[in-house]
Design a protein. Structure first.
Length: 272
C-alpha cells in the first residue's frame, strides 16, 4: 500500500461504567464533539433480532422460552433468567461478547479505510467563508476517533484493543436512585448493580476514572478535559502513523573504487 492510500490511524476509546453511572450523558457529549460513538447495547439489540447470530446463541443456551414468537430474543424474559443466575449470565456473556466485538470491528474499520474526510463532514461544514481563498481545498479533517460505550468492556476482555479506557463511577445508592427515577424497578436495579460488581475491575482496567458524584456541571468539566486530551492523543497517533507510512529515502551507495593496476613484473635477474 502506498503512502497516499494508507488508512489513517483510528484512535479508539472505550467508555464504560455501571448502571446509571452517566455513560449515556458522556457518550452524547463525545458524539457532539465529533467522535463516532457506538453503543454496545444497540449492537446487542441487533444481534438479538430474529435470525441474527445472537438470537441463535441465546436459543442454544436457554431454549425457546426466552424468544419471541418471531424468533427474536425476549429481553425481559432473558434478563429474568440470567440476572438471578450467575452461571447462566456467565454463559450468555461468553457467547455474546465475541459477537459484539466482531460487530464493533465491522463498523469501526470501514471508517479507517475511508479516512477522516467524508461527504457528511464536508456537508456539515457549510459553505466556505467569504474571506476564504478561492480554489483552496477544505481544511484538514480531524483524526478519526471511535468510541465504544459498553458496560462490561473491561470484563469482556476488550481492553487491549483500545488506546484509552474511561470508566464512569459513582456512589451505588445514588446510581440506584437514578435508575429507579428512570422507571427501572428497584429490585431489578439492585440485581443489575449486584451483577456488575463494585467497579474494582473497571477501575483497575481503566486509564482514566471519572467519579460522577458531583453536579452535572462538574461532570461536564471533566468531559471537556477528556475531549481535549483525546484530540491531542488522536492527532499524535495519526501523525505517527503518517510518518511511518512515508517511503524512506534510499541510501546512497558508495561509488566503486577504481580497479588497481597490477605492479609491473620485475625483469629476470641477469646471470654473470
Amino acid at each position: 500500500m502506498s503512502a497516499g492510500s494508507a488508512s489513517p490511524a483510528v484512535y479508539r476509546v472505550g467508555l464504560t461504567g455501571g448502571l446509571a453511572s452517566g455513560k449515556s450523558t458522556v457518550a452524547t457529549w463525545l458524539r457532539d464533539a465529533g467522535f463516532q460513538v457506538i453503543d454496545a447495547d444497540r449492537l446487542v439489540a441487533d444481534l438479538y433480532r430474529p435470525g441474527a447470530p445472537g438470537a441463535a446463541a441465546v436459543r442454544r443456551l436457554f431454549g425457546d422460552g426466552v424468544l419471541t414468537p418471531r424468533g427474536g430474543v425476549d429481553h425481559a424474559a432473558l434478563a429474568a433468567r440470567v440476572f438471578s443466575d450467575p452461571a447462566a449470565r456467565h454463559a450468555l456473556e461468553q457467547a455474546i461478547h465475541p459477537l459484539v466485538r466482531t460487530a464493533f470491528e465491522e463498523i469501526a474499520e470501514p471508517r479507517a479505510a475511508a479516512g477522516p474526510g467524508t461527504a457528511n463532514a464536508t456537508a456539515a461544514a457549510g459553505p466556505p467563508a467569504a474571506n476564504s481563498t478561492a480554489g483552496a481545498g477544505p481544511p484538514p479533517a480531524a483524526p478519526p476517533v471511535v468510541v465504544l460505550e459498553a458496560t462490561l468492556l473491561v470484563e469482556a476482555g476488550y481492553g487491549p484493543g483500545f488506546d484509552l479506557i474511561v470508566t464512569l463511577e459513582g456512589d451505588p445508592q445514588a446510581r440506584l436512585r437514578r435508575a429507579t427515577a428512570r422507571g427501572l424497578d428497584a429490585a431489578a436495579a439492585r440485581a443489575r448493580l449486584a451483577a456488575q460488581g463494585d467497579g474494582a475491575r473497571r477501575r483497575e482496567g481503566a486509564h482514566r476514572v471519572i467519579d460522577n458524584d458531583g453536579t452535572l456541571a462538574d461532570l461536564r468539566r471533566e468531559v471537556d478535559s477528556l475531549i481535549a486530551d483525546v484530540r491531542r492523543a488522536a492527532a499524535a497517533k495519526s501523525a505517527a502513523a503518517a510518518s511511518a507510512s512515508e517511503p524512506q529515502p534510499a541510501q546512497e551507495q558508495a561509488a566503486p573504487e577504481p580497479a588497481q593496476e597490477p605492479p609491473p613484473a620485475r625483469p629476470p635477474a641477469s646471470r654473470r
